[in-house]
Design a protein around this ligand. Sequence first.
Ligand code: PLP
Length: 402
Amino acid sequence: MKKLPVIQENNEEEFSFKSLTDFNAPIYFDNNSTTQIEEEALSAMIKSMEYNYANPSGIHSAGIIARADVENARKNVANLIGCLSEEVIFTSGGTESIITAINSVVLTQTSKKHFITCLTEHSATLNMMKKIENVAGYKVSYLDVDKDGRFSLNQLETFLKIDENNNAMVSLMIANNETGTIHHNLEQAIKLSHKYGALFHIDAVQAAGKMSLPLLIKMAPDFLSISGHKIMASKGIGVLYVKSNTPFSSFILGKQELNKRGGTENVPGIVALGVVSRNPVANFDFRNKFIQLLSNNIPEVIINGGDIWNTVNVGFPYVHRESLVIELSNNGLFASVGSSCSSGIAPSHVLKAMNVDNKYIHGSVRFSFSKNTTENELIKSIDIIKKSYDRIRSISKGVINE
Ligand code: PLP
């Protein structure tokens, strides 16, 4: 087999391979958007591309080896999720997993036309739900949330009772990507949904690697989605868990993935996910530490919702979030305006649903950590945030009204 050339870092003719570390003392607090790949996963991925590029469907020896790599990775992922290997379907990422799960219910539960989700879901879910409600006869109900971003079981039951024979599916995330709020009542929500005939999907994209997925599987959801690039594997790989015996149909027709999804497998991505799936759940006290440091130094901020250790959504009064994020970036701190899919002038749909005060909603910025974040970075970031906020605040004085 031909050995592939190593791409030089300075080969910038077409692609920019500038390392994040080339920026001036960078602090990367945008891990909910995407994470740096783990060294071991990267090395496994490169080996997979370099040594055996065979198609795992091939019946020759090289294909059989590639297939074995895929199946070993599937075992690791099944362990991470707490399910059977045959319940793991590799996809291209969180968005595909979510859309496949919802679409599968449309395709298999044809007599049921009521879907339920929440106002604070990721755009992957909301976009698919919008598609569904535009089809004649279908209805989607959206759960409201309180100021912390939590829905109520009462409202869920009210929705489920509208037409008990018509409930197709409830799709809810466990951890919110913008705020880190956890839906602690998901177990009861799943029980209620099943009682009223609906299948249940958990968007666990922001929970994987940070909380126990087997505990979620014990709650008996029918579907669960995760994404590789949020947990230090690569982009372009995700998983849809489909509980055994759940009716299933994918819009990506074909046989490759256990007869459930077509297309040649992304073997390097699958292998990378297999490697990171060996790691136990990470849990650090970054959230509390960061909030404490920040509130001591900028007491006028508020914290929008949140539970999970790696996410803090901060409301800065009287500034615009994009100006602040750019100023932070110029000062070496990479944060985010919220979801990567919702950047723009309009305030975040999540914070709007939580009824965050006008004074803070335009200036809300998400800081998201990884297990590689250091205490030193937390401490250093506070000075950068204070300096950046003071500057933007002095410019925008009076521009954003209460
Ligand atoms: N669901 C949640 C909660 C997310 O945060 C994201 C990504 O931001 C997705 C789904 C979509 O995942 P992917 O980027 O892998 O398509």
